[in-house]
Design a protein around this ligand. Sequence first.
Ligand code: PRX
Length: 653
Amino acid sequence: MAADDMPSDTIDDLLAEDRRFPPSEEIKADTLVAGTFLYDEAAADDEGFWARQAADLVSWDEPWHTILDWQLPYSKWFLGGTLNVAYNCLDRHVEAGLGDRVALHWEGEPGDTRTITYAQLLDEVQRFANVLRSLGVERGDRVNIYLPMIPEAAVAMLACARIGAAHSVVFGGFSSQALADRINDAEAKVLVTADGGHRRGEVFPLKPAADEALESTPSIEHVVVVKRGGNDVTMVEGRDHWYHELMAAADPVCPAEPMDAEQLLFLLYTSGTTGKPKGIMHTSGGYLTHVTYTHKYVFDLHPETDVYWCTADVGWVTGHSYIVYGPLSNGATQVMYEGVPNFPGNDRFWEIVEKYGVTILYTAPTAIRTFMKWGAEEPAKHDLSSLRLLGSVGEPINPEAWMWYHEHIGGGRCPIVDTWWQTETGGIMISPLPGATTTKPGSATFPLPGVSAEVVDDAGQRVERGGGYLTLTRPWPGMLRGIWGDPERYRDTYWSRFEGRYFAGDGAKLDDDGYLWLLGRVDDVMNVSGHRISTTEVESALVSHPAVAEAAVVGATDATTGQAIIAYVITRGGADVGVEELRAHVAAEIGAIAKPKTIYLTPDLPKTRSGKIMRRLLRDVAEGRNLGDTTTLADASVVDELQRRAVDAAGDD
Ligand code: PRX
């Protein structure tokens, strides 16, 4: 890997890291996996290993006749097998006598709560499946979901799964434009949304944003609206329906029909290196096997006693795999929280952990770094002794944040599982197993049993020690089945860089003990607070403003959010436009998460003589580094000017 691509502070951190955390005797006494037996079994025969997980952890209507059909880059798993994903997440637990077990301890941001058992969730899902059917949704159709973090999000997803419709969940923070683009790409028939939700002490309206999107989404025939925010909404006669009204009239019985193992379960849109988000496709049998297996073993789940809490939003893949499908398939009891971590106080998360006796907490490094900023006194206000395991996901966790998490949240006794995976992988790929792996702060350690990951150099040669590109060498059951409507892009994006290998887009390093250290993206994808945003997407949004002639966007290292979005903008004929207006424009085009932290208006951008924008240089400017070689620039004075502006801006802070 080119040294330029490596975030240098990450390398410094990990060079200094020699702390080790072996599993404690206490954990080993009660873990599902002490020792290496799972690794050994998978190493001997990975297909057979996955087949055993599928047979042990998932209930099938018809058994499969073929474990894997692998025609690079396309895999099919458990061919001939049939199952119903919703049956696996609900009915089978109720049939086993666990109907009264709590599935969701839901907590609204204002403090209202709902406790939903498996039996109740099953009832609600059956009714909503019938509602969807009554609105004309059939097997193979797509349903869009645009909801706050409320139980109805899980209900809607599972109802789709029950009748074989694919869902496409769009994060509630995305703009109407982003929603419209995703609905149109998927050609969804029905949209499930809410009047609004609660966030940071206020009601944020969702239906008005949906209404705007609906002006340009001809495929949508019906809209179902959950009442949550209590804000005023306009309902279009014949098209828009209240959830509670439809549910009250719905038939309570909707038998779970067997679906093919390769039935499309969902689309989830994620940013790539172009402006157009990709609809990542996941199917049923392999995906469910993967998330059930990883949720069980990575979190060392004891469903009778654990209270699990994943703080992600269902709009992201973490919410799909580790709030909805993995935990429910395992019959776990979990907490679901609607709001932000600092409402009404900076200790809201810790209040929730104490209140519900959370034993397993799964959150993101950005959140941990934010908690560090707020101070150790916040968690110290609460009894966190119920916690026994901590997880991290979404971005590299720096050793300092790892240690803080370990000490101030985990009380020095909880193992930390740093889990690497992607929307595309469907489930966790690289992670410690808490009872078996000695961890090092900041390292995701090793591929899970059944997963084959390798680091390669620029030429695609395997690297045994040192830095390179992370690749996956064998198919896995939860792997994406393609990009919706764009098979060529699927091949190009993931399978063309290194022959025969899936390229994840991440840099990684293997240390002398063979531990993997993830080093962040090496492509034009930024990772802001664990959310993927492409530089091109933000550039396109900026350029769509009438006053903008050209824009270049880079991700600069940020102490809290991992990366921050920095934009350099050339206006048309020196047009007078405010930076705030441009930030608001990006928020309207994509969503508030994509708003640049800083925008520099500049008369010019540094380009090579062939006209390519020099992003590395812009990153250096944004991060305040001394610039190296600028001799390839067409006009070196551009950079002097940019640096001057950056210094001025820093002075303004
Ligand atoms: O760069 C890696 C980073 O997040 C990317 C995947 O983003 P997304 O598809 O949105 O899924 C996020 C939740 C799984 C990866 O390519 N990433 C994710 N987990 C880690 C990580 N980077 C380092 N360490 C992790 N544990």
